[in-house]
Design a protein around this ligand. Sequence first.
Ligand code: SAM
Length: 211
Amino acid sequence: MNDAVPAEPLPTTRWESADNTGFAAHFRALIESGADIEGEARLADALLQRGSRVLDAGAGFGRVGAALQARGHHVVAAEKDPDLVAMAAEHYPDLAVVRSDILALTPDLLREAGHPTSYDLVVLVGNVMVLLAPDTERRVLATVRDLVANGGRILVGFHPVDGPADSARDYPVEEFLADAESVGLRLQHRFGSYDLAPATNDYCVAVLVKG
Ligand SMILES: C[S@@+](CC[C@H](N)C(=O)[O-])C[C@H]1O[C@@H](n2cnc3c(N)ncnc32)[C@H](O)[C@@H]1O
C-alpha cells in the first residue's frame, strides 16, 4: 500500500461526510454468506483483453479490483478512506492499493508508487460518482480520462436518484453525461444493470470512451 501525499488540500467527499460504518459490516456479512459480489467485475472483465491494466478508482475495500485481479488483470486500486484501505489489506493482501483521493491520482504519483500511468479500463463503480466531494464530478472524470490508454474505457455505475447512502447526491444521467462530454468523454454503452438490463433511470451503468 502506498500513501499518496496531495500537493493541495482536497475537498471532503460526500462519503467522508457520512456515517458509513454499515458498508463494511454489510459486505463482511455478504462475503461470509457466500453471496455474489462480483457482478461489476464480470462486466468489467468482458470489456477487457486478457492481462489488461485496470485502475479501480474509489475501490472501497477492493472487491471489484480483487475479482479482476483473480481473472488475470493487472489491477491498481485507489481509495481514500483509511478504514477501507485497511479492510482491503485484510481481505485481499495481494491487491495493490494506493491510498489517495481520485483527484490526486496523477501519472507522476502512480509512477512513483511503481504502477502504470495509463490503464485499459478505469472502474468507477459502486456509487463513487454520487459520493465524490460536491462539484468535483468533472474534475474526477477529467482526472481518470488522463489515465485511460488510447482505446481504453471507463466503466461507471451509480444510482442516479436515492443512492444507498444518505450522503449520496442525486445525479440525473443527463447531467452525468453532460459532465462527461464536457471533459471529452463520450458514451459508448449504457445499461440499467451489470447484467445488461436495458437502460433505466433507476441505475446507470455507462461505458465511456475518449473523444
Ligand atoms: C459505496 S463505496 C464503493 C466502493 C467500491 N467501488 C465498491 O463498489 O465496492 C464508495 C467509495 O467511493 C470512494 N470515494 C468517493 N469519493 C472519492 C474520492 N474523491 N477519491 C477516492 N475515493 C472516493 C469512497 O471512499 C468509497 O470507498
